[in-house]
Design a protein around this ligand. Structure first.
Ligand SMILES: C[S@@+](CC[C@H](N)C(=O)[O-])C[C@H]1O[C@@H](n2cnc3c(N)ncnc32)[C@H](O)[C@@H]1O
Length: 346
């Protein structure tokens, strides 16, 4: 996979997509999620320690559970349905049970490795940062566990997947700093975090590309700037899938063990614009590893944004964030470590 930019690079300012943020009006939550996940009401969400910038902020937080999950969606959205529903559906119905396995299988080992990476990137609680960290699109929460291990007093772990939040809650039983919250990352920061109070905000593992539009991504960057405390750090990691893969390069092996094999297939259908790709996940599994065990194939598809690195950097700058460090990794993964720019962006 290459990270070269296509000549049809989207402009820095998306004009062809809705930029309006979703309504924060709480909707009826599936009871299994709200009861299974501790910390889903805002009364349990840590409000950051008072910081220099938080003194003028409201001293209370709302008590309603935030969510933009619609209540009228069909049971199994197709790939043409609204992307945020596709993402939620994809994880809740298909990928959540395999997600930790997909990453290697051992959440605590993943957390330990993530802790080292975060420390390398300078994501450590500092005396002036405040000690709130936010993990946007936390998944099973290895990064949230790592942030707690690094010493953040409160780690707000935000995701829309009930099963993944439950997995994190089980692992974080002895880590009261970790607060799993079922909320949409597009509204979580303004609703749950006082402006200027977060020592760290991270959004890792390609969560950004799950958002419905590039306008949502740009708006999220602005929310992160507003949430960061002076001296705080933001980290985004996402795949730049702007260059379409062709032929058999579109089949991406993810992981294979004796009883499970995961493959990804990327499709660029004609009815989608240049900014999206349809991801087909294929998981073969069998009960037991013996020669007689039959393989089953389960598949599920969803849509992702194709974000060019140049576009992301331009939006980060516009949002008032300054790059401190950048990395490229396998699978066109890009990691950007940032701080709030002192001056307002021009
Ligand atoms: C690719 S996973 C990344 C998980 C984790 N950050 C990691 O590094 O492995 C994307 C996660 O984002 C969540 N997600 C997608 N869209 C979301 C949204 N609008 N609000 C909250 N979570 C969302 C999914 O449920 C999923 O857990």
């Amino acid at each position: 996979m290459t990270t070269a930019m296509p000549t049809t690079q989207p402009s820095a300012t998306p004009t062809d997509e809705p930029t309006a943020k979703p309504s924060a009006t709480p909707t009826n939550q599936p009871s299994a999620v709200s009861t299974a996940v501790p910390g889903t009401t805002l009364s349990t969400v840590p409000t950051a320690k008072p910081s220099a910038m938080s003194t003028t902020e409201p001293s209370t937080v709302p008590t309603a559970e935030p969510s933009t999950v619609p209540t009228t969606e069909p049971a199994t959205p197709a790939v043409t349905d609204r992307p945020v529903n596709q993402a939620v559906d994809h994880y809740d119905r298909f990928l959540a049970e395999h997600y930790t396995w997909m990453l290697g299988g051992d959440l605590d080992a993943l957390a330990a490795a993530q802790r080292d990476l975060l420390a390398q990137w300078g994501v450590v609680p500092g005396s002036q940062d405040g000690s709130l960290a936010v993990d946007l699109g936390c998944g099973p929460g290895h990064t949230s566990l790592a942030l707690a291990g690094l010493g953040y007093d409160s780690v707000l772990a935000v995701d829309l997947s009930g099963p993944l939040l439950s997995e994190l809650a089980a692992h974080a039983r002895d880590m009261p700093a970790v607060r799993p919250v079922r909320a949409d990352v597009r509204t979580a920061l303004p609703e749950l975090v006082r402006p200027g109070s977060a020592g760290a905000v991270v959004c890792l593992g390609d969560t950004l590309t799950h958002l419905p539009t590039r306008g949502d991504v740009a708006a999220l960057f602005a929310d992160v700037t507003a949430a960061l405390a002076p001296g705080g750090t933001a980290v985004f990691a996402y795949r730049d899938l702007t260059v379409p893969l062709t032929g058999t390069d579109r089949f991406l092996p993810v992981r294979a063990t004796e009883d499970r094999i995961m493959t990804c297939f990327l499709e660029y259908p004609d009815d989608y614009d240049d900014y999206t790709v349809v991801v087909h996940d294929l998981i073969h599994s069998r009960d037991g590893a013996g020669a007689g065990a039959d393989w089953r194939l389960n598949t599920h598809s969803y849509r992702k944004l194709r974000l060019s690195h140049a576009w992301v950097l331009a939006q980060l700058r516009t949002a008032g964030l300054r790059v401190r460090h950048e990395e490229s990794g396998p699978g066109a993964m890009r990691t950007v470590v940032l701080e709030r720019a002192c001056e307002q962006p021009r």
